[in-house]
Structure formats: structure tokens, C-alpha cells
Design a protein around this ligand. Sequence first.
Ligand SMILES: *Cc1c(COP(=O)(O)O)cnc(C)c1O
Length: 394
Amino acid sequence: MTDRLDSTDFLPYGCHDITEADIECVVDVLKNQNITQGIIVPEFEAAISRYVRSRYCLVTTNATSSLHLACLALNVSKGDLVWTSPTTFVASANCARYCGAEVDFVDIDLTTGLMCLDKLEAKLELASKNSSLPDVVIPVHLAGTSVDMRRLHQLSLRFNFSIIEDASHAIGGSFEDSKVGSCKFSDISVFSFHPVKIITTGEGGAITTNRKDLYQKMLSLRSHGITKQVHEFAYQKPGNWYYEQQLLGFNYRLTDIQAALGLSQLRRLDDIIIERQKLRQNYIDLLSNVPVRYNQVPDNVASSNHLFIIQLIDSMERSLAHVFDQMRYFNIGVQQHYVPCHLHPYYRNLGFEVGDFPVAEKYSQISMSVPIYPGLTINDQNRVVHTLMDIVNN
Ligand SMILES: *Cc1c(COP(=O)(O)O)cnc(C)c1O
């Protein structure tokens, strides 16, 4: 087996990429009059809208707050039902719980790791008979690979639910001819700008939509539910200091400092996506002699390749826990995406249990993300694959 390398050779599963140009853009803002609510936030929002071709965009403190605002905009509340994928980060489900709604999950497709739309359709047909249809479905574009939004949209028309795309992994990706975030087949899309994601603002998130009513409500809720627009006032203003709080909102605002970093990163997004596609292809080539599978990308999808997820095959002697620990021992920062959401204690306490979503559970017993990010070299990728090969063959 290869010798263990020292910790300077640690390869994380994901890593941000900050250039000198990014730093200059941030420093420029720090010298400005406004470091929080200046002109850069709206500039960043307009740039995202232009990129994904959505009518509206608003940026927030993170994707978690974006998902919360999205649910509130769609009036998700107590007595409502929201369905999402069990193979996701907990925030995709928690947003519905913040609003007092019930959550349920739809099992996944093993080959892609995405919500299985056959299972969704069957579950909707059953729910339709029991009058327990969901109000909102939140598909998760795992690893940056879009769910089949055309089919999901058709189901939403037939069964009358709204769609929030959890596109936290997927900025820069496409479904058919549309960028993820265009909301061609959904009400709202949400992106994350956490440093492990495709582009970063430190912490940060963005919401896109084509619906003016949803946009205006989220805009208000992002900043305490306060308006300063005279034409929106419920009462006569006593003077020019006046503003009104009309809804119970939050402070979910992104700063100009963060937006400057995001705007600068967004300029490189297409290059980042090309590099990630190349990294995926390298892995596919290098893995041709290793007895593992990896998540598939459907033909009508261009993935952002946020993650590269390998799957151990059934007959393998080595358990995932063993392979995972050995990879970590050799300084390869493998990670799992994800512990099935319904098996977290919080969700078990709501009544979910082992066996509820067997494919997601099986997936979690065989899948593991390996490092993928711009700057990862072919030597790094070789090291990842050779280490893996040594482990599974020994
Ligand atoms: C990262 C992530 C989130 C939350 O993003 P934050 O910006 O950290 O709040 C939500 N959903 C998914 C699928 C994610 O991967």
C-alpha cells in the first residue's frame, strides 16, 4: 500500500477558489461608503438573473434562509405538507418545519441519487385518493444534476402542488436548454454560496423566481417585513422618517462585501463548470478498472458536477466504513452526501424509521464523495483513484 502522506497533502472533498481579482473586488467595497446595503447586492442579483434567465433574484444570508423565505412566500404553514428527497442536507426539509408544516419524503433512484419521479407519481396517486396531497415538492439537484423538471412540472399541474428547486449544488448546471434557476418548470429556485459549493460569498444564498408576487413577498420578509415605499403604506405617513413593518420578517440580508465576492466569482462560473466537467471525465477514465460505480447524469442534463459520488458495488468485500476510514487515513477527505434525512433523530422523533425509504438507505451504505474542485490536479485524481484501488483490492 502507498505510504501515508503528511497532513499538508490532505485533499478535501470540496474547496473554494479565491483569486486576486476576487480579493480586489472585496477590498474595493471595504473602501466604499456602504459595506452592507449598497449598490453591489442589486448588481449581484441582476447578474444572477441574467445568467440563469429568471425575471427576479434576491440574495440572502445562506441557502437555508432562502429556502425558508421560499416556503413562506408560498404560504407554507401549519396543516400543510411538503415533500422532498431523503438524500439531501437537512435544510431541504427543515425549511418546511420552520413554517409549521409536515414533511414527507420520496425515495430516490439509486443510479442518480435523485428523487425518483416514478415513485413520486405513485405516491401522488395514492395521496390523491387519501386527500393527502403535498402543497409543495422540493426536488434536490444532488451533485449539481437536475431532476427531470419537465416531468415534475407536469405532475405539479396534474396534482396541484408548487415547486421549490433546492439547487444549492447546481448553479451553472442546465436542464434541457435552460440553466438551473431559470424557473421554467418551477415556482422558485434556491442556490447556496457556502465555500464548498460552486461559487462562494462566504455564507450566502440566492433565490430566483419569475413571479412578481413571490418576489415582493420574499423581498419584504428578507428585511423584517418592513417597507419604506409610500404607495405600500397602510397608514398616512406623519413625516419622512416613517416606515412600516407589515409582516413578521427576518434579517436575512447579504452584505455588499459578500456580494462583491459572489459577483467576481460569477464571472468565472462558466470556466468553473468546464473544469468540473473535465474533472468528472478524468475520474470516469481513471475508474475504468476499479470495481465501483458512480452517480449517473441523464442525457438531457448538464451537471455542475458539484460532487463526484462513487458507489461501492454489492459484491464488494470491503464495507463503506472501512473504505471511508482508509481513504481518510491516506488524507483523502471523502465525505458522504448524505445521511438519509429521515434517519436523523429529529425526524425519527416525528415518526420516521429505518426501512421507510430503502433506496436512500441503501445508497447511504454504498456511496461516498471523492474530492472535486477547480485546482485539483490530475496527479491528485490519480492519487485518489490509486488509493481507492489499493483499498478495495486488499
Ligand atoms: C448546502 C446545502 C444547503 C444549505 O446551504 P447553506 O447556504 O449552507 O444554508 C441546502 N440544501 C442543500 C442540498 C445543500 O447542499
